[in-house]
Design a protein around this ligand. Structure first.
Ligand code: FEO
Length: 168
């Protein structure tokens, strides 16, 4: 059985994951509006991945006999001004999510909830991967430095991204 504190915190994370999806769908729409379909596709894949994360938390809370209580999702921004600004915000957002996941691990440890601690390890490693992957895109963008043929090539590359839900 989950403690009240852990259940509340896990419900908060479900909200944070769905907000991440909302934010990334909004970024996807922004990229469509500035004719970068590859980046739009990438953000769409990221949004799907966030919904996968939310679903994973929902399944876990249910499995532990907890109650999933959904809250309102905040309205995400919709205008950014440049591709670089969007990707910088993605990285900042992922770093914030990493902090939230680490906070959940700390709470699970404090509550002596070993099962939650183990469950959360998947997310700890997922965040390492997410931050690295967004960091790599940011690095490329900085190298390209707004060169239009470089942007065209990178946009095509971003359009190749796929999201395959992990089986474990
Ligand atoms: Fe669910 Fe991108 O962290």
């Amino acid at each position: 059985m989950l403690t009240k504190k852990t259940m509340k915190a896990l419900n908060g994370q479900i909200n944070a994951e769905i907000y991440s999806a909302y934010l990334y769908y909004s970024m996807s729409a922004y990229f469509e509006s500035v004719s970068l379909p590859g980046f739009a596709h990438w953000m769409n894949m990221q949004a799907q991945e966030e919904m996968f994360h939310a679903t994973k938390f929902v399944g876990y809370v249910n499995e532990r006999g907890g109650r999933v209580i959904l809250d309102a999702i905040d309205k995400p921004p919709f205008e950014w001004g440049s591709t670089l600004k969007v990707v910088e915000e993605v990285l900042k957002h992922e770093q914030k999510v990493t902090g939230l996941i680490n906070g959940l691990v700390d709470l699970a440890n404090k509550e002596h909830d070993h099962a939650s601690g183990i469950f959360l390890q998947w997310f700890v490693l997922e965040q390492v991967e997410e931050e690295a992957s967004v960091g790599a895109v940011l690095g490329k963008l900085k190298l390209i430095n707004n060169d239009s043929s470089g942007m065209f090539t990178l946009d095509q590359e971003m359009g190749q991204r796929v999201f395959t839900p992990p089986t474990k």
